[in-house]
Design a protein around this ligand. Sequence first.
Ligand code: GDP
Ligand code: MG
Length: 755
Amino acid sequence: MLTFALAGNPNSGKTTLFNALTGSTAHVGNWPGVTVDKREGTYKKGGEPINIVDLPGIYSLSPYTPEEVIARNFVLNERPDCIINIVDATNLERNLYLTTQLMELDVPIVVALNMTDVLDKNGDRIDVRALEKRIGLPVVEISALKGMNMDLLMTRALDAVAKTRKGETVLKDSLLGSAIANAEIALKLKEVEAPLFHAVKLVEKDEIEVKTHPAEAKAVEAFIQENAGGKTLDTEAEIADARYKYITAHFSSTLTRARKPDYNELSKSNKADKVLTHKWAGIPIFLVIMFAIFHLTFSEDLLFLGSIIPSFGEWCGAEGSVAKGIFFAGGLNSPGVILFNALDLLTGQIGEWLGAGLEALGANEAIIGLVCDGIWGGVSGVLSFLPQILVLFLFFSILEDSGYMARVAFMLDRIFRRFGVSGRAFMPMIMGFGCSVPAMINTRTLADEKERTATVRVIPFFSCGAKMPILLAIAGGIVEHFGIGNADIITYSMYVLGIVVALLSLLAMRNTTMRGETSPFIMELPLYHMPGFKNLMLHLWDKAKHFIQKAFTIIVASCIVIWFLSNFGWDWRYVGEEGMDTSILASIGKLIQPIFTPLGFGSNLNSNGWVFAVAAITGLIAKEDVIATFGVLAGCIAANFAGATEEGIYEVGVLISETGITVPALISFIAFNMLTIPCFAAVAAAKGELGHGKFKWTLLFWLVTSYLVSSMVYTIGEWWWTAPIWAAVIAVAVVIIVLNNKRLDKKAALAKKLK
Ligand code: GDP
Ligand code: MG
């Protein structure tokens, strides 16, 4: 039976054509080893049945993505009798780029010029005869969607099969034409099949090609260097350029447009890409943009004006005024902080009115406490983070809608692949710095289930906005109380610790329980364009709604519970804030305290050491609760407690002197809170996003990871000589994983052979 392969760019209409040709005979499987769909079916309308294979969508035959490798291996090794190259007629030049590569193979090819119905509608026209002549391949105008010219296409393909075809290249007269010709001769001598195709790839220094023909690769390289006068050429870029130039010079004129295309827009986009996706500068530029976004969202010292001009804060406004409170804190506040402050002011006011109102109504202390601290405290606590989260999302949406994020994901794809995830995982991770909930939902763009599970699990390690107060307060407390280190450096290192643990966990999971191929990352790069305002607002509204719906209900409910537990004793008597030590919460804290001893903040602490255990537990509800708990409990412990400060630094100081907790234990405490089970809302999101049966293992993963990392931080910090012990344990684990994977690979290979 003859086999025809459908090859073309993503979205060129391959699958539509495939369905039109094969009807109900189609079946979908996977290409071996990867989760890329493989569609096969039979065309029966032309006498002899013909086997049709829908290749993955590709832009080129280079070996960079699994799709490209699959398509390339298929056309080279399985040698279809004919390639039907689908070309989107509305995007002629870009689609013909692949055609110029396919025609280098010694396989019969028919060009199926698809979407001609769209072309007609636009009033554009392609001179098919001229295109056919110039390209040297049969061209058939079709509309896969309307089923137009399907049978004609197959007839022309059968005609093509009847003749043998030698590969042709459009690169003959280019700068590297002679190098290609030489390489082709060398490969022909070795009786390599499809010598022209391989010759071009050799000149491109294609990874796979250089490996299979190392001697020829060296000779070609020497030849090129000699001809280029000793310079090393980027031959890959040179060849891509030559292809496009040829296409523009010879094929573009076959298209007459009713309306002139916006070439201006295209060239602007290309110019922007020269800088923004530059080989080396691309990622640093991205980091700067990211920093600017975080700066605009979280900074209380915009453009570092306050640090540069020390008196800036003073001449900005009167101390204690509302305006100063909202707009200035040492320096100028960022838009995110301004909104945060404004909302905080408003919710604070509402809280006061609520309290006053209830008092006027003659409500008792417990009711006022429940409504003001428990319920309203919870509601406003959540609300207060909404502005910054929305500001962050606004920036992200702008980057996404403009087409930039797609490019960043591409740039990072190669690095991410080493850790077993594709570049697609990047967006959710970045979002994790804002809030884990939307970040986890965003993992839906990851096609592979195991990859997605692994990504969902590490998202909480990208320390979210609600964890920031923990970092800031404890770092401040350490600096103030012990007089060592720099709060900035401690905070920054903790962020880095989170990222490192995330990447290492990914690596570990993808080599053990979540083993599998990393899903391919292919995606059309859109032109840059101005994001639409309406679209942006829709995005924001969507995020806001989600945040409010999911997080709100859970946090509010949990705040009520926490309030009850910390204000009532086991005998159901109201004890109030002063009686905290006899509350249900305190007794639970004392009970669980020993668990945290290996982490440095358990039973080894002096009196009232249980507050750290309690804070870690309340953090499970909302990470803001950790510092809130400190505030409340420090008040009960220190008789001379002078009232809460905003940052919670003072509270941490009180707790340090009271409990005798050490610096390594404090760092371990931050690490634990950062890495352990995230807040209720994030846990609910994870439950929703994870596949069946994965949820309970995820909870365990968080517990184990945080416990291990924190105890490692604590023990090494406290007794440096434990470091080699930890190193040895890790080394043994790595060896076991590697050996086990070797065994599994061998087993899989054997199973394949037996098949
Ligand atoms: P693939 O990625 O190459 O498999 O492309 P698909 O077959 O999924 O098609 C991409 C989109 O183009 C779909 O929305 C199709 O409905 C549409 N499409 C495919 N062929 C035609 C065509 O001939 N005319 C029009 N107007 N749309 C088409
Ligand atoms: Mg498809």
